[in-house]
Design a protein around this ligand. Sequence first.
Ligand code: NAP
Ligand code: ZN
Ligand code: ZN
Length: 347
Amino acid sequence: MTTVNAFAAPSATEPLVRTTIERREVGENDVSIAIRYSGICHSDIHLVRGDWGPVTYPQVVGHEIAGEVVAIGSAVTKFSVGERVGVGCMVNSCRECENCLAGMENYCLKGNTQTYGSVDRDGTITQGGYSSHVVVDQDFVLRIPEAIPYEAVAPLLCAGITTYSPLAHWNAGPGTKVAVVGMGGLGHLAVKIAAAKGAEVTVLSQTLSKQEDGLAFGAEHYYATSDPTTFKTLRNTFDLIINTVSSADLDFNAYLKLLRLDGTLVNVGAPPQPIPVSVFTLFGNRRSFAGSGIGSIAETQEMLDFCAEHGVAPAVEVITADQINDAYERVLGSDVRYRFVIDAATI
Ligand code: NAP
Ligand code: ZN
Ligand code: ZN
């Protein structure tokens, strides 16, 4: 075991505090990573505050990790010391179920091992990226292309893949009209990636306060959902809607009605409450309501390479570890432009 610095939530209601945690010794298939940057995902906040169920505290969160390899196990062939690497939302899976064998370990039928808050193979609870180091099996480590700025790359490991995967699966591209609901961490990357894929992108944000940024990220249209005429103007318009909103407090049927024939609304936002959807809204235009969870390791590498090739990088605000609790409040207040990234040297 190696003792490393971390920032942990002591309970659902207290601020995160500086602490130390133990990382396992580097096993034969493991890569030890010195973390340089760690993104703050809204999921981190949901989890530490107990939104999704009971948590074993203290808990270190963070699943957008960028750093350098500092040690490798004897059987590691994919990475070498000094390489720039990333880790996203999962660090293992069963590797033998139908979905794992199909290369979609994010949909592991036994549940993949999440980067934080999961029971690891040794029975301990996984601890995430708000930390100075992490030890991860090489099969769950990503190669980071040099073209993506180091301080900006971490959010691609969750926000990037979570939006890239449904955009790819539902064929966003030239000739398709894509709407992105909520322009926070996931949403701003959905805009950039969909635009890079050649789709006609519309942002549906609560207000017009971020319109200039949305258009700069590649959107062609920008509407405020607080304006009721938006829902009349855009009825039967979109092939694909990516909903990134973290709250269930939306009129989902109003959004579904914005889909044209055979259109799909994909929910990637993860509110704890069930969502009310009328089947009659789905009958019209043969609409679909779907969900999507992160992406596979292979698809995450594909996404990183796509972003490098197309010049897609998250817009980030780099913070020190002491600013994490303030950053949480700003994320909850929809005041993030557009992802907080912790400088891990300050942890
Ligand atoms: P975020 O940065 O907070 O962005 C969410 C955006 O939604 C906000 O910036 C805001 O955009 C809008 N919004 C927030 N509250 C709203 C409300 N009450 N009504 C309408 N719009 C609202 O969060 P994030 O990190 O992008 O994560 C978004 C959600 O995705 C979270 O629930 C997270 O847990 C989930 N998630 C899911 C997966 C997956 O695999 N499916 C992966 C990662 C994250 P505007 O200001 O533009 O309105
Ligand atoms: Zn996340
Ligand atoms: Zn599996």
